[in-house]
Design a protein around this ligand. Structure first.
Ligand SMILES: Cc1cc2nc3c(=O)[nH]c(=O)nc-3n(C[C@H](O)[C@H](O)[C@H](O)COP(=O)(O)OP(=O)(O)OC[C@H]3O[C@@H](n4cnc5c(N)ncnc54)[C@H](O)[C@@H]3O)c2cc1C
Length: 498
């Protein structure tokens, strides 16, 4: 049995990027994926004759992918067609209250001025400035660093950087900080929602997450053909470099000997030898013992109470009327605090939740509404309790009623047909991403220490590494890709040193 090979468990973004990096350096890489397609959360769902993106829909930080393709001797634009969006998102609170954020900063300033007044528009300018400062402080020192350490961050910032460190606002909550820029609750809601990009509550997440506003301002793209194409392109690139990807392969254990990794065992009983294993499954699968007792202490325990958000999602093909959908649309509930209290404190579906709608046939400027049914993806935040609560039909039906009433309150009527609708609950997310309870972004970023306690690439077991959105530097496609790169770098450095 070849034992010099690297096994990657999972063909999510992080796993695929690790495979690309290692295969490009000539290592023998075998990716084992339990699903039938690459991408993990970046999946698509069949609804009648249509394919609908059922995971990520917002593509940012394209330069990370340009770097990954370039380092592998390829070009991103030869593998994927990306179109920049001119409307980043359309937000609604009622039929009369709508606000677009634009790729063009000045247009957003103007729109906010028209929506909420000149003082709020000035607040927005100051907010964007601060978001940029936070991003530029953290990008070289934290996001690209292999370990999420506070000391490391301070060291890399240098003495003069200590001021910068306070400037990244780790000790203020995002919600409180937004109150210093905006008096209008709706704008606090709009920008507070960025914390949900890493599955967290704006009331508990550090104000540091303002940096996401800057990331979106640097560009949001739509992927021609759907987001799932990103996963397919990464998988093709990995295979082109010599990695193999095997689907329908469920890894049930990681084998260790003399304290180091020796291979993996699969559900069908096969054992495969390897001297390095990269886990792209959620790290909770390790700590919960799902991948064997040998490796459950490979990293500190991950408390279920600290899980990030799960979601209830609907993929549907339906006719719509009454609201000019853009590609990305957010329909806010009135009481943001109650939404997060329901989900995080009460562990229940929100009674007045915010609904995200991706209208996947709409163009980059929101034009191009199709005649007849269109492809929609709806998302509602949900508690990560898919392993302890069954979310029964009555509970789901009531929630669905509330979701579609929220849309109607803002003017959007959706003629839905249960035959052309596929729903995913936290229970199904738990089945797809074992030991998570359906949490989609690892541990929640609540409190200033959260970012520093995310699992890093290296574990306590030699030869065992982690990659993915639940590890450092964080959730989201670009961050998961970055983690894949960090895992490959750690593995290569360790091989060189031994
Ligand atoms: C509904 C939704 C919306 C989102 N929206 C956005 C967005 O708009 N923009 C954005 O940037 N991010 C978004 N995200 C987050 C983003 O999708 C994730 O952070 C990212 O895709 C995670 O990648 P990953 O590398 O962690 O792998 P994952 O996607 O978690 O994949 C892990 C893979 O490992 C496999 N696996 C697990 N266990 C085993 C095993 N034992 N054996 C074999 N294989 C196994 C799984 O089948 C899976 O394919 C969203 C996520 C969801 C779910």
């Amino acid at each position: 049995m070849p034992d010099k090979q690297v096994i990657v468990i999972g063909a999510g973004v992080g796993g695929l990027v690790t495979a690309i990096q290692l295969a490009a350096r000539g290592l023998q890489v075998r990716v084992l994926e339990r699903a039938e397609a690459p991408g993990g959360k970046m999946r698509e769902v069949a609804v009648g004759p249509h394919r609908i993106d059922a995971g990520p829909t917002v593509f940012t930080m394209r330069w990370i992918f340009e770097d990954i393709f370039e380092a592998a001797g390829a070009r991103l634009d030869e593998h994927l067609e990306l179109e920049p969006l001119s409307i980043i998102a359309r937000h609604a609170w009622s039929e009369q209250e709508r606000l677009d954020l634009h790729a063009d900063h000045e247009r957003s300033v103007e729109a906010i001025g028209d929506f909420a007044g000149a003082a709020e528009a000035r607040g927005y300018r100051a907010f964007c400035e601060q978001a940029r400062t936070i991003y530029t402080t953290l990008d070289p020192t934290f996001i690209r660093a292999s370990r999420p350490s506070l000391m490391g961050l301070m060291g890399r910032c240098g003495l003069s950087g200590l001021g910068n460190l306070r400037g990244v606002r780790p000790y203020d909550s995002l919600w409180d900080m937004l109150g210093t820029y905006f008096k209008d609750e709706r704008l606090r809601q709009l920008f507070g929602r960025y914390s949900t990009y890493c599955g967290s509550s704006p009331f508990m997440a550090p104000a540091t997450l303002m940096l996401i506003a800057h990331v979106e301002q640097e560009g949001v793209w739509s992927v021609v053909g759907g987001m799932h194409r990103v996963a397919q392109a990464l998988a093709r690139l990995a295979e082109g470099l010599g990695a193999t990807i095997e689907y329908g392969r469920d890894v049930t254990g990681i084998i260790t000997r003399s304290g180091g990794v020796r291979g993996v065992s699969l559900a069908d009983g096969e054992q495969i030898a390897a001297d390095s294993v990269v886990v792209n499954a959620d790290p909770a699968a390790l700590t919960s013992g799902r991948l064997g007792a040998d490796v459950c202490r490979a990293l500190p325990p991950l408390a279920p109470e600290r899980r990030s958000l799960s979601a209830l999602t609907w993929c549907l093909s339906a006719e719509t009327e009454g609201f000019p959908l853009a590609r990305h649309n957010v329909f806010f509930g009135r009481d943001y605090a109650s939404e997060f209290k329901d989900v995080f404190a009460q562990g229940r579906l929100p009674r007045d939740g915010t609904v995200y709608v991706c209208a996947q046939d709409r163009g980059t400027d929101g034009n191009g509404a199709p005649d007849g049914p269109e492809r929609l993806f709806l998302l509602l935040n949900a508690p990560p309790r898919g392993d302890r609560h069954d979310f029964d039909a009555v509970e789901i039906e009531q929630c669905e009623q509330r979701v579609f009433s929220r849309l109607e309150h803002c003017g959007l009527r959706v003629r839905r047909d249960p035959e052309r609708m596929v729903m995913t609950t936290p229970v199904e997310f738990e089945q797809r991403f074992p030991a998570t309870g359906g949490a989609l972004y690892g541990q929640a970023t609540h409190g200033w220490k959260a970012s520093f306690s995310r699992p890093a690439s290296r574990t306590k077991i030699p030869g065992l590494y982690l990659a993915g959105g639940s590890t450092h530097p964080g959730a989201g496609i670009p961050m998961a890709a970055m983690s894949g790169r960090l895992a490959a770098e750690a593995l290569l450095a360790d091989r060189r040193s031994t």
